[in-house]
Design a protein around this ligand. Structure first.
Ligand SMILES: Cc1cc2nc3c(=O)[nH]c(=O)nc-3n(C[C@H](O)[C@H](O)[C@H](O)COP(=O)(O)O)c2cc1C
Length: 180
């Protein structure tokens, strides 16, 4: 369950240039973080896609609690989403792959641990010779993050920054105003 405010802040799913977000996970008891693209969002939550062999996927399998952090240009806005990640439905994963650019499709196919070990010349050669299949690789996986807390931070040069924090309690969003 999300909030209409999320639709106001995030670009429409049809916008080709996807927003970047920092995905934080609990990694063997320690925090870890990396940038991923927001593939889309809907009434259920926010979706990202990745490689099933990646560390983030092992983290989520052990502990589905994640945070997503979005930062707007010129530090005008920040959105922090706390939530629980689960594997996205197969149809969503397939659609998300179709929507990826040709470069990102090829990346999904070739960005393996073995490929990363090759010297640069071999990587360039293998990249140039690769014909990208229409279907996603077997390692393609998507996650849905269902929010449990949404924190909207806005800057304000005249009245100090402030956060509107929505916490999910018994199926209702409870709003608290917090110092920025
Ligand atoms: C701007 C940007 C966008 C990225 N988007 C994705 C993405 O959508 N999915 C993904 O798996 N990795 C993406 N990456 C790479 C990740 O940051 C990360 O290096 C990789 O997924 C391995 O992370 P892990 O070992 O922590 O699982 C992106 C990196 C950058 C800098």
């Amino acid at each position: 369950m999300t909030l209409p405010l999320l639709d106001e802040w995030l670009p429409d799913n049809s916008v080709l240039e996807r927003p970047q977000m920092i995905l934080s996970t609990v990694s063997q008891g320690a925090p870890d973080a990396r940038t991923v693209l927001l593939s889309e969002h809907d009434a259920e939550g926010l979706y990202f896609h990745t490689d099933s062999r990646s560390r983030k996927v092992a983290d989520i399998a052990a502990n589905p609690a994640v945070a997503l952090t979005f930062l707007w240009p010129n530090f005008t806005r920040q959105l922090v989403v706390q939530g629980l990640a689960s594997v996205a439905p197969p149809a969503e994963q397939a659609t998300a792959f179709e929507r990826r650019s040709p470069y990102l499709k090829q990346l999904a196919w070739l960005n393996s641990p073995e490929f990363a070990q090759l010297p640069l010349a071999s990587r360039v050669e293998a990249w140039a010779a690769f014909d990208v299949p229409a279907d996603p690789p077997p390692t393609w996986i998507g996650f849905l993050v269902r929010p449990t807390r949404l924190t909207f931070w806005t800057s304000n040069a005249e009245a100090a920054s402030r956060r509107d924090e929505y916490t999910l309690a018994d199926g209702e969003w409870v709003l608290t105003h917090l110092a920025g």
